[in-house]
Design a protein around this ligand. Structure first.
Ligand SMILES: C[S@@+](CC[C@H](N)C(=O)[O-])C[C@H]1O[C@@H](n2cnc3c(N)ncnc32)[C@H](O)[C@@H]1O
Length: 273
């Protein structure tokens, strides 16, 4: 891509079609027509067009505004990539593929796609901190509402055996591709929710909104082993009490507040609801 391009714009007050015909005969570059202005952009200089245009205007006795500029090119892909930053959360470093790894961190490679979960949101980063603290090697973990798969990948990097589910099929596809980007394996995945879980887990993590967490509370507890850990997030402070009440039969281990978002970590002391 060149550093510069050239832009010629022509705004005839009359004989618009004749000017358009002339420019079409002069160039093979694309011509843009917008509100009476004809514009040509090219990586090649367009200076040679000025003389014929001026002569044409004179011959027609037409009034015509002509502007010619050299402009700096914008690398849109680079601009987009620069707008996406890596984020450090505890021992994790979440980064897109075009940002260099940090050798001293647990790198999570997540390329931004359609699914939620880049690590920048407070709920995701709080869950990452909880995973770092409460997930151990060989734990069986279920990520409910996996989105991009970021939490499941973090757990897999800590040596957990991970299952994922999401009600949105696109998220499962996105999770699969992010797992292969990270050279990690999903043990089992399904489209749907926690009610379809076929076993109990050492750790269940669910970063979904408060209303849904309350609605599926019994299924979340059922999927967590006795003595297992349940990590809940996606809860706005105004819903904190309601969610705490719904899970009051569990032992509260930790509550993380980040801005207006709350993340709760419980131990399942009964093994079921
Ligand atoms: C806020 S995103 C969380 C993504 C990722 N786990 C993270 O922490 O960044 C919530 C995800 O939950 C999914 N979801 C919503 N309701 C669900 C339900 N009842 N069961 C399972 N997944 C659900 C959504 O499709 C979405 O991908």
């Amino acid at each position: 891509m060149s550093e510069y391009y050239f832009e010629l714009s022509v705004k005839p007050e009359n004989h618009y079609e004749l000017f358009l015909d002339l420019l079409e005969s002069l160039t093979e570059d694309a011509i843009e027509e917008n509100e009476g202005v004809i514009t040509i952009r090219s990586e090649d200089e367009l200076e040679d067009f000025l003389e014929p245009l001026n002569k044409f205007s004179k011959a027609l006795n037409a009034k015509c505004e002509i502007n010619y500029e050299k402009k700096e090119s914008i690398d849109w892909i680079k601009k987009y990539q620069d707008s996406i930053q890596a984020v450090e959360v505890g021992n994790f470093y979440v980064r897109p593929s075009w940002i260099e790894e940090k050798k001293e961190k647990i790198n999570l490679l997540i390329d931004p796609a359609l699914a939620f979960g880049s690590g920048h949101h407070e709920t995701t980063s709080s869950c990452l901190l909880a995973i770092d603290e409460f997930v151990n090697k060989n734990d069986n973990l279920l990520d409910v509402g996996t989105g991009s798969g970021i939490l499941a990948i973090a757990a897999a990097k800590k040596g957990a055996i991970v299952d994922v589910c999401d009600t949105d099929e696109i998220c499962i596809e996105s999770t699969m591709s992010n797992f292969s980007l990270n050279s990690e394996k999903i043990h089992y995945s399904w489209v749907g929710s926690v009610n379809k879980a076929e076993k109990k887990y050492d750790v269940v993590v669910a970063n979904i909104i408060a209303d849904v967490l309350v609605m599926i509370a019994n299924d979340l507890k059922n999927a967590t082993k006795e003595g297992g850990i349940l990590i809940l997030s996606g809860i706005l402070e105004k819903h904190e009490k309601r969610v705490l009440n719904k899970f009051s039969d569990l032992e509260e281990l930790k509550i993380i507040h980040k801005n207006e978002w709350v993340t709760m970590i419980f131990k399942n002391i009964k093994g079921s609801n």
